[in-house]
Design a protein. Structure first.
Length: 387
């Protein structure tokens, strides 16, 4: 075999040397970039709270001191009077607070932002965090419009960050058991899902003055009970149906207390039509008491959740219904911070579950279609999401 020698000019040799040096530098820098985006395993993640106008932030601040998963490194709230109120109530150091999101993202170097703004502001915060390669966890629902949801997905993809949605019911052992049994085929082919969510009404339960005005505003919150509580059932239905969007959505809304909620609905019923199955969501600000429970019916059995921890079941061949407590969840599934830390540490992949962005894009399709259906009085057929 004859060996062929190639002759290179001096200019070509210089270019080849430059390319080799560039390749070596890329190989050295890549691990550093990965470590900057993914916090070291078994260390608390650094989080910044953005917004104090969503009342769920109080539950987070109560739980944080005893939660080893995260370290609070900053709070961004433009309303200085509200910030002072929280600093006093929760004994927070004044150095944590800022009114400038960009400055905080630059100086505090968080691993994630926890967003407690209006729902309308989710897109703005997520996009800002993504530009700094910072992941986000927002309170439900993901956004107020499909336009914002699609923009959020673009930001997550472009900057390779996680965007997660926190629902209280995600951490219910009873819901996890319902999903497990359905996935394992214990209930047979699913035929019907019924989800009840809500309470007596935000004003009736004493929602704070920083929260109530935007919660009852159709622009800042997307709708009333339809969005506030319809999102829970849409989320659970999407996971139970393995991430498939319904064929169509039909919704009816009304305002039974116009003197309290003149701008938004306080009562809604949403019907999701799947091939061979239906899901009926009943979000309301008119329940006699707070409730978040679900019924899942299959061809060979049913499961009804009882609070966060219990279930009632009956399977084919059984003459009576039984009730039992459910097993503890894995540690990374017990609360939002443990889950967020596990995702950022690379221990859990956020895909197809109750918090994941792909699931919540379908949730937003459902909510958007429900709002249109209620407004027009017509069933809305869903189209495939643009990719």
């Amino acid at each position: 075999m004859r060996c062929v020698r190639f002759a290179f000019t001096r200019s070509e040799k210089r270019k080849m040397k430059t390319l080799r040096i560039s390749a070596i530098l890329c190989a050295l820098i890549a691990p550093l970039q990965a470590s900057a985006q993914q916090p070291a395993a078994n260390t608390p993640i650094r989080v910044v709270i953005v917004g104090l106008v969503h009342g769920h932030v109080k539950g987070f601040l109560h739980a944080l001191p005893n939660n080893p998963a995260a370290q609070l490194v900053g709070i961004v709230e433009p309303n200085t009077a509200l910030a002072h109120q929280y600093a006093t109530e929760y004994h927070l150091d004044s150095s944590l607070f800022s009114t400038d999101l960009e400055k905080t993202l630059t100086s505090k170097h968080p691993d994630a932002v926890l967003v407690y703004t209006t729902i309308q502001d989710h897109r703005r915060v997520i996009e800002a965090a993504a530009r700094h390669n910072v992941s986000s966890m927002v309170e439900k629902p993901l956004s107020t419009t499909m336009e914002d949801a699609l923009a959020i997905r673009r930001a997550a993809r472009e900057h390779h960050v996680n965007v997660l949605v926190n629902y209280e019911t995600t951490w219910y052992r009873s819901n996890a058991e319902a999903i497990r049994e359905a996935d394992a085929g214990k209930l047979g082919t699913l035929r019907r899902i019924v989800v009840h969510d809500g309470h007596e009404g935000p004003k009736e339960i004493g929602v704070g003055p920083e929260w109530l005005p935007w919660l009852t505003d159709p622009v800042q919150n997307g709708a009333g009970a339809l969005f506030d509580f319809g999102c829970y059932g849409a989320d659970l239905s999407t996971v139970l149906m393995h991430g498939k969007a319904p064929l169509s959505v039909t919704a009816v809304t009304q305002t039974d207390k116009p003197g309290i909620y003149p701008k938004v609905d306080d009562e809604a019923t949403i019907i999701l039509h799947y091939p061979g199955a239906q899901s009926v969501l009943m979000p309301s600000w008119n329940w006699p008491f707070a409730r978040k429970d679900m019924e899942v019916y299959g061809a060979t059995g049913y499961l009804i959740t009882v609070g966060p921890d219990g279930v009632r079941t009956r399977y084919k061949g059984e003459k009576t219904e039984s009730q039992r407590s459910t097993p503890m969840l894995p540690i990374e599934q017990r609360d939002s911070l443990a889950y967020l830390a596990a995702v950022l540490h690379g221990q859990v992949k956020a895909q197809g579950d109750l918090s994941s962005l792909d699931t919540n894009m379908i949730v937003m399709q459902i909510l958007d279609a429900a709002r249109t259906s209620a407004k027009t009085g017509r069933t809305v057929e869903l189209k495939l999401l643009p990719q």
